[in-house]
Design a protein around this ligand. Sequence first.
Ligand code: C2E
Ligand code: MG
Ligand code: MG
Ligand code: MG
Length: 288
Amino acid sequence: QAKHEGRNRYRVFESDMKSQVEETMALEVELRRAYEIMDFSLHFQPKYDMKTGSIVGAEALIRWRAGERDVSPAIFIPIAEETGLINGIGRWVFETTCIQVRKWSLDYNLPPGFRVSVNMSVQQLQDPDLIELLKQAVVSSRVDPNLLEVEITESLFLERTEVNMENLASIRELGTGIAIDDFGTGYSSMAYLAQLPFTVLKIDKTFVDDVHLPQGSAIISAVVALSNGLGVEVIAEGVETEAQANRLLQLGCVHAQGFFYSRPLAIDQFEALMESGFRLPSSQRLGS
Ligand code: C2E
Ligand code: MG
Ligand code: MG
Ligand code: MG
C-alpha cells in the first residue's frame, strides 16, 4: 500500500516538473515576442517619509501583460537574465524612466531630494557599455541624473568584479544614487560593504515582517545605526501595517515603502498623488 502510494506520488512529482519546464519554455517564447516590441510598462511605488506623510521618491517596477494575464517580474526577470534579454529590457527600463522623470520635473514641483529608482540586474552592472548607455539616456532625455537612483540587490555584491566597481563609481559620478536592495539577505561582509559607493540601504521585507519581535527590532535598530554611521539613507520595504510603520518610526527608520502606504501605481495614479501635493490622505498620516 505504502509502496503503491509512493509510486503515484513520484509520478505526480515527475509530471509537475515536466509541466513546469514546459511552462518556462512557453513563457520564454512569449517573452522574446514581447521583447521585440518592448511590450512592457512601468509602475511606480511611492516612497514615504512616515513622519510628515510626504512622498520622497518612487521605485519603478516593470510590468508585463502577456495576453490576458500579468506575469510577475519575480517570474520573468530571472528568465530574462538567463536568456540575456535583461540588458535590453534594463536599458528600456532606464530610458523610459529618464523620459518619465524629465517630464515630471517639468510638470510638478518635485520636493528636494526626490528620486526615482530603477532596479538593475547583475548582467547590466557587468556590462562594460553600461555607463555609456546611462549617459546617452540622461543626455537625450535631458533628465537631471540627481533625480535618479539605481537599486542593486545585496546578493549581487558577492560577485565582485572590476567592471562592477568601476560602473558603480561612474554611476555615483553622474550624481545618480545607489541603493542596496533587499539589505540583510545577502551576507555581505561589513568591511566590503563599507567600500561600496552606495547612498541608501533598503531594509528587506523579511525584517519588517519581524519588527514586532525583539530580534526583528534589534536588526532594524542595527541597520539604522549602520546607515547613520556611514552617512547613508535608510528605507524599509514591504511595510504592510500601521503597527509596523509606527514601530519602524520608533526605531529611527523614517522612510518607508509598502502596501500600507501604496501599491505600485500606474502613471496616471502616481500623477494624481503628485497633484495632491505629494501628500498622504490625512487619515493615513501617523502621529500628526
Ligand atoms: P524588489 O526590487 O525588492 O521590489 C519590491 C517588490 O515588493 C515589488 O514586487 C513590489 O511590488 C513588492 N512590494 C512592495 N511593497 C510590498 C508590500 O508591502 N508587501 C508585499 N508583499 N510586497 C510588496 P514586484 O514589482 O513584483 O517585483 C519583484 C522583483 O522583481 C523586484 O523586487 C525586483 O527584484 C524585480 N524587478 C522588478 N522590476 C524590475 C526591473 O525593471 N528590472 C530588474 N532587473 N528587476 C526588476
Ligand atoms: Mg527594488
Ligand atoms: Mg527589494
Ligand atoms: Mg525584495
